[in-house]
Ligand binder design. Structure first.
Ligand code: AMP
Length: 148
């Protein structure tokens, strides 16, 4: 376990601050969000500190996604009985990340318009899909050749 002193989620792992813990496994822990946007809104984090999804190692990712799965299954079988879920991770302050310890939100969905909203209506700067695909393909080719 690698813990960072001033990280609020590391403090939850160390039980230095209280949290409504739901389930945990060897490498991840889950607890209720302190400011939920739906009943059962849950945070799932790796026990080993990392900042965001792209900098998290594969082992921690496996523990986290397994726990996301187990939490969803738990809620499905409970009286909460969500109609669906949004699984979400914000990366970077521009994307809404407030806590710099990688976490997945498990957000139960009960009714259209409640809980998490996928804001397609807010699209502003969208490039042509063919152009975007070309940029990505160019990078894949470069990566295969070992260039940047
Ligand atoms: P994000 O904006 O993706 O970084 O999400 C951080 C989430 O952590 C927010 O939904 C907060 O409500 C939640 N949060 C922050 N501090 C705590 C805490 N001490 N216990 C539980 N949830 C927290």
């Amino acid at each position: 376990m690698c813990l960072v002193k001033d990280c609020i989620f590391c403090k939850i792992i160390k039980k230095e601050i209280p949290a409504k813990i739901i389930l945990e496994n060897e490498g991840a822990i889950s607890f209720l969000d302190i400011n939920p946007i739906a009943d059962g809104h849950t945070i799932v984090i790796p026990k080993k500190h990392s900042i965001d999804l792209s900098t998290t190692d594969s082992e921690s990712l496996k523990y986290v996604i397994q726990l996301v799965h187990d939490v969803a299954q738990l809620y499905d079988g409970s009286k909460l009985k969500p109609w669906g879920f949004n699984y979400l991770s914000n990366q970077g302050s521009i994307a809404g990340q407030e806590v710099n310890h990688f976490h997945m939100h498990v957000i139960p969905k009960y009714a259209k318009g409640e809980g998490f909203k996928f804001g397609k209506e807010d699209r502003i700067y969208i490039e042509d899909v063919d152009k975007v695909y070309e940029i990505i393909q160019t990078q894949i080719s470069k990566n295969k050749k070992g260039t940047k």
